[in-house]
Design a binder for this molecule. Structure first.
Ligand code: HGY
Ligand code: MN
Ligand code: MN
Ligand code: MN
Length: 384
């Protein structure tokens, strides 16, 4: 099934670029609808752009499984699609053995989990659970300036109704997400999620004076690139003193000419583990560095989630059922958003490279098969 998607949304520099409501992700949605239809599942799109494929009548206390189909820029083939494909394949295995769920059952695809286009991760699950204000969501803009409302509208999702789709959340009784492992902690094919590390995203905006690269003498320069560079280095320095993770993967000088001193530089910090302490210290360093160069800086929190511990009773039930180890992770997931509202569990499939959010992300076929078998067993056990 993943091979069917191999050419959808290939990024020029390698990996994939499939972002919320863009053309490639729309192709992924079409693939999902076709696969769900083959299994007799009825697909509906909720008000937040999430897809929900029902096996039988929709209803309360549903057992729901699934993941996301969007990617980070240059992402791997497994992060997201493995969970959706495994959920669909698990349904096939259950149908082959004439199993019928004793409770409402659905396979979901959450919208814009990576926040790769509109900047807020787990967008669909945050809207579903009320963790993201619909008005703020509608106004989010992509790098080309298009609003989420317009982009979703073009993808056939009525943007006027973005918002907590109570019907959706109230119908979920238990959520299980299978996901490729994104580190090197699994030395067996399948693990059971225990915690998701707290993390957030902050935008640092530096403002200086745009000017000519050749005629502007040093004393007249107010170059925002310098404090920005200081923050990139300070992020690593500060995080290493706090046993935290800090990453600047995106830095945008404007206007961005080689012979132009930028007027502004925006950078986005992804911090995990003691992230607010890291940001507090980093913001001070940013202020000092900006002042030293006659620039100003503003720091804006764009998303944040506290550490999540998955339902312990459910976790223990699954580690027992599967004889599988528990696995903490530093990666965020829709399951971590839902965990605040419904009993939630995660299954991880071994990734021998331990690399993720990059083309080298990988899972062996044999381990993927073990993941499907495990997910089918879990779904069968939880739907009786
Ligand atoms: O960023 C994350 O941790 C997740 O892959 N969205
Ligand atoms: Mn990811
Ligand atoms: Mn993911
Ligand atoms: Mn000129």
């Amino acid at each position: 099934m993943l091979d069917d998607l191999a050419d959808v949304g290939r990024a020029p520099g390698g990996g994939y670029a499939r972002h919320g409501f863009d053309h490639a992700e729309a192709e992924m949605r079409d693939w999902f609808r076709e696969q769900a239809g083959r299994r007799g599942l009825d697909v509906e799109t909720d008000r937040n752009g999430n897809l929900c494929a029902w096996w039988g009548a929709p209803g309360p206390d549903a057992l729901v499984t699934g993941s996301h189909l969007d990617s980070v820029p240059g992402g791997g083939a497994f992060d997201g699609p493995l969970g959706v494909a495994s959920a669909l394949e698990a349904v096939s295995r259950l149908q082959d053995r004439k199993f019928r769920p004793a409770r409402p059952f659905a396979v979901v695809v959450f919208a814009e989990e990576e926040g790769g286009r509109f900047g807020v991760p787990c967008l669909g699950s945050r809207l579903l659970t009320g963790a993201l204000d619909p008005d703020r969501a509608r106004a989010l803009r992509d790098p080309d300036g298009m609003t989420l409302a317009e982009a979703a509208g073009r993808a056939g999702v009525d943007p006027r109704h973005f918002g907590r789709d109570d019907a959706g959340l109230e119908r979920i009784g238990t959520f299980v997400e299978l996901h490729v492992e994104q580190g090197r902690a699994l030395d067996v094919p399948v693990g059971v999620g225990s915690t998701v590390l707290e993390h957030g995203r902050w935008r640092f905006s530096f403002t200086g004076q745009g000017n000519h690269a050749g005629t502007t003498v040093l004393r007249d320069r107010r170059d925002p690139m310098l404090p920005a560079a200081e923050v990139v280095l300070a992020a690593r320095r500060i995080a290493s003193t706090m046993d935290a993770h800090a990453t600047v993967g995106r830095l945008v000088p404007r206007p961005g000419g080689t012979n132009v001193i930028p007027s502004t530089v925006d950078l986005w910090l992804d911090a995990r583990g003691n992230s607010r302490d890291v940001v507090a210290e980093l913001a001070e360093a940013a202020e000092r560095a900006a002042a030293a160069e006659g620039c100003t800086v503003t720091v804006t929190e764009e998303s944040y989630g506290d550490t999540v511990t998955f339902d312990p009773a459910l976790r223990d039930r699954l580690t027992g059922l599967l004889n599988a180890p528990e696995l903490p992770t530093g990666a965020g997931h829709d399951a971590a958003i839902l965990a605040a509202h419904v009993p939630t569990a995660m299954l991880y499939v071994r990734n021998p490279t331990g690399i993720s959010h990059a083309p080298d992300e990988f899972a062996e076929d044999a381990d993927v098969e073990e993941g499907v078998v495990a997910l089918a067993r879990v779904l069968e056990t939880l739907s009786t």
